[in-house]
Design a protein around this ligand. Sequence first.
Ligand SMILES: C[S@@+](CC[C@H](N)C(=O)[O-])C[C@H]1O[C@@H](n2cnc3c(N)ncnc32)[C@H](O)[C@@H]1O
Length: 265
Amino acid sequence: MIAPAPRPFPAAGTVRPRYAAPVESDYDAMAEFHEVHMPAAWDRLRDVTTETFGDIGADGLIVDIGAGSGLGSAMVADATDAEIMAIEPNATMRAMMVARLDNAGVLDRVTVLPQPVPAALDELPVPVDGVLAAHMLGHLTDAARTRLLDWIATSLAPQRSALLTVSADAPVDGHDPVVEERTVGRHVYRVTHHTPAPGRYEGVFEVIDRRQRVVRSLRDTTPWEAVTADDVRTALDRHAVRITEPQPGVARVTRLAPRSSTTAA
Ligand SMILES: C[S@@+](CC[C@H](N)C(=O)[O-])C[C@H]1O[C@@H](n2cnc3c(N)ncnc32)[C@H](O)[C@@H]1O
């Protein structure tokens, strides 16, 4: 028997990525802070995530859009037996996601896609049984968000749902900053979220030592549009969906079952 010739390893520069991720993002720098502060937000989403997706079995598919470090995908994997497709354009966040899902023992049922929305939507099989878009709608341009919401309304299987985190209120200029702190060893990681104007976000991430000295500091001004549940309703008003707010800051979009057509005798 003739052994197959070994495949030559492509020379550097000959393998071109299928997609150059055109995402401008500070997530490389923010990844560490994201990891420190985001689990608290996900604790508040655990019940609604389980309630929305918990009955989806191993033959179901759930898409996590802007999956970040995989906190949502890990929660979905824990709550269901479903297959998951996780879209995340930032390489640092993807690395954290893969590590988290591997530690959770669920990597074999998660496919990771590096394209951003809207390009990523063309890669997905339809229909899907669930969609998660958490803490990410505000990053999208109006056109990309419209495309995503249309895709959700037309790609969900009937009576299946998407869970979207939204701004609890209409945007308020210059509202009081929101501060979160978490202890990491001898340091406190503090983030101060501020919305100086609609469509503008400023986050100041600081690491503070025991003498109250700021040992590291990072300012994030990634564009962020406050999207409310009413904005989602307006965007989807032509679609056969029901939109509810199971808790403040969460919109659930459920595709309605098609009307049964009755044939006249
Ligand atoms: C605040 S993080 C939230 C991550 C995760 N959903 C969570 O709740 O933990 C926002 C994520 O959206 C991703 N993102 C930004 N623009 C995107 C786009 N056009 N398509 C898909 N993801 C995007 C970022 O790379 C980042 O990981």
